[in-house]
Design a protein around this ligand. Structure first.
Ligand SMILES: Cc1cc2nc3c(=O)[nH]c(=O)nc-3n(C[C@H](O)[C@H](O)[C@H](O)COP(=O)(O)O)c2cc1C
Length: 304
């Protein structure tokens, strides 16, 4: 019998836990003709802001050992263009679409949410309160502003709201409890880690912004640790993210306490990696005679 990979997360049903991580699958519509997108659990779209944004100067990507640095700086087409273009195609795919949004003020978040409220096909909103590439500290480091954004987002949204945190906080468990108490329906753990690389011929940093966010397999143990710690202190579900390259990595996140995961760098190598990960997951469960993925969420906490 086929193992059950489905998960209910923040009120939405996912047929499998493999989602695209924001910013690494474009707006989700570009690959519809070349890739069976409907085999994924869901799509998290590139973060959009109220107005279009050019992002940072090039170069804004650099490879490092077992990872990637980026400092894109939230380049995006703005919410109105997103709704009138990619969203039209995305709503026809038939898998949950999570729209990632960002802003500088509470009012900006509310305006974007009001626009999304009346769109058919949006399943959930991810508040990106963790962007490391905007020349200022991520919003999740400003507790008052963060709480205010979440409380108002919940008040004004008719969709589930999840919050994407940065791992670069003093204690991610403490921040996660604040996010839960502010009313969030779920938490994404985590965004990238601040890092830098230097070109030894030019003596210059490899990114125009000097520092950027590190992703890829090198961050997986760091993010697993974050998920594990947060699972201990909250009741809302966790979306795990960071360094997933293959099926066993997903199982690790699930055992640490995540219900679903999002995958970025592996998707940049090839989006087909995501389909392979779904197949690998199925095979792992079959081999270990596990009937449903849901039955092993957080199991690393009970077996020690
Ligand atoms: C090129 C690039 C662009 C990204 N853009 C966004 C973004 O717009 N919004 C966001 O929340 N995260 C963004 N991220 C972070 C990813 O969603 C993800 O959290 C991170 O890459 C860690 O996952 P990974 O190790 O599987 O890549 C971006 C990452 C990369 C590599």
């Amino acid at each position: 019998m086929k193992p059950d990979l489905s998960m209910d997360f923040a009120g939405v049903h996912f047929k499998n836990p493999v989602l695209t991580a924001s910013g690494t699958f474009g707006y989700g519509d570009e690959l519809l003709d070349v890739f069976p997108v409907n085999k994924l659990g869901g799509i998290i779209t590139k973060t959009v802001t109220l107005n279009p944004c050019n992002g940072n100067e090039q170069p804004r990507i650099a490879e490092v050992t077992a990872g990637l640095l980026n400092s894109i700086g939230l380049q995006n087409i703005g919410i109105e263009n997103f709704i009138s273009q990619p969203m039209k195609k995305l709503k026809k795919i038939g898998i949950p679409i999570i729209v990632s949004i960002s802003g500088s003020t509470v009012e900006e978040y509310i305006k974007i949410i009001e626009i999304l409220n009346v769109q058919v096909g949006v399943s959930m909103i991810e508040l990106n309160l963790s962007c490391p590439n905007l020349n200022k500290i991520p919003i999740c480091n400003d507790i008052v502003l963060m709480k205010n954004i979440i409380i108002n987002a919940k008040k004004n949204s008719n969709l589930p709201i999840i919050v994407k945190l940065s791992p670069m906080v003093t204690d991610i468990s403490e921040i996660a409890v604040i996010v839960q108490n502010a009313g969030a329906d779920g938490i994404t753990i985590a965004n990238t880690y601040p890092a830098m690389a230097i070109n030894i011929r030019t003596f210059k940093p490899k990114l125009s912004t000097v520092k950027g966010g590190m992703s890829g397999p090198c961050i997986k143990p760091l993010s697993i640790r974050c998920v594990y710690d947060v699972y201990k202190v909250i009741n809302i579900p966790i979306l795990g993210c960071g360094g997933i390259m293959e099926g066993p990595d997903v199982v690790e996140f699930i055992l640490a306490g995540a219900k679903v995961v999002s995958i970025g760098s592996a998707c940049l190598i090839s989006p087909f990696n995501l389909i392979n990960i779904v197949k690998e997951l199925e095979n792992i469960l079959k081999k270990q005679n596990i009937k449903s993925l849901n039955s092993i969420v957080g199991k690393a906490h009970t077996i020690q």
